[in-house]
Design a protein around this ligand. Structure first.
Ligand code: ZN
Ligand code: ZN
Length: 226
């Protein structure tokens, strides 16, 4: 696995591995909007997939994690938390207050604008060993902010297939209680644990998985636990 560190280096609009920062999307693609309140979503983080991460996605793919500035409940799609299969177009089946996108290696452009809510810093990745607990049916890895390795499952684990038949494979996780430093002008996030930091999905531990066939940039799910 690779530990993810938020550095103290300010990210400019050319940086593709960031918290906050300038989003890299296919040219002309707009910032996603919340389907509940129509607000432009906040870019929490983004990064390029490297082959050294040893995750089953094409090198140069790009993950973006967005959520509404005011709606921050955990994903509520029942099939993330139980044994039922993911529904067709599962990316549209939740409340619509977050957006998870994994673009294949293709030309992505920054719109040159920095996210207004999260202070822009670049991310660093460092290979690290993790302690893995081996239960009979599954393994549990570390609870770090990390890419690849074994998810730090808590009370349940996500074992899902995409509706295309691909496996939903682990990309990354953010830890329980992780804060994203906000910009000086950002309003306080409702229901956050902090007046100076935004949290993702109420600050739960967040697991992000995507279809290993990369059948659609939206074929990404998140589950929460604490
Ligand atoms: Zn909203
Ligand atoms: Zn798929």
């Amino acid at each position: 696995m690779h530990l993810v560190t938020v550095t103290d280096t300010n990210a400019d609009a050319n940086c593709r591995d960031t918290v906050g920062g300038s989003l890299f999307m296919p040219p002309g693609k707009p910032v996603p909007r919340c389907r509940i309140c129509d607000a432009k979503m906040v870019l929490f983080f983004q990064f390029d997939v490297r082959s050294r991460f040893e995750i089953p996605f094409k090198e140069g793919s790009h993950l973006l994690v967005f959520m509404c500035p005011t709606h921050n409940e955990p994903p509520s799609l029942p099939s993330i938390y139980d044994n039922s299969p993911l529904p067709e177009s599962y990316w549209d089946a939740d409340d619509g207050h977050f957006s998870l996108l994994l673009f294949p290696p293709t030309e992505l452009k920054s719109n040159g604008q920095l996210d207004a809510y999260i202070a822009p810093y670049s991310l660093a990745f460092e290979r690290s060993q993790e302690e893995i607990q081996d239960f009979d049916d599954f393994k549990v890895g570390s609870y770090d902010f990390k890419i690849g390795g074994v998810p730090g499952w808590m009370n349940y684990r996500i074992a899902k297939q995409c509706t295309c038949g691909g496996e939903m494979s682990f990309i990354c996780q953010t830890p329980d209680g992780f804060g994203f430093k906000q910009t000086t002008n950002a309003p306080e996030q409702p229901d956050s644990f902090s007046s100076s930091e935004y949290c993702l999905f109420l600050g739960n531990q967040v697991y992000i998985l995507a279809c290993n066939r990369q059948c659609d940039p939206r074929a990404v799910i998140a589950g929460c636990d604490n």
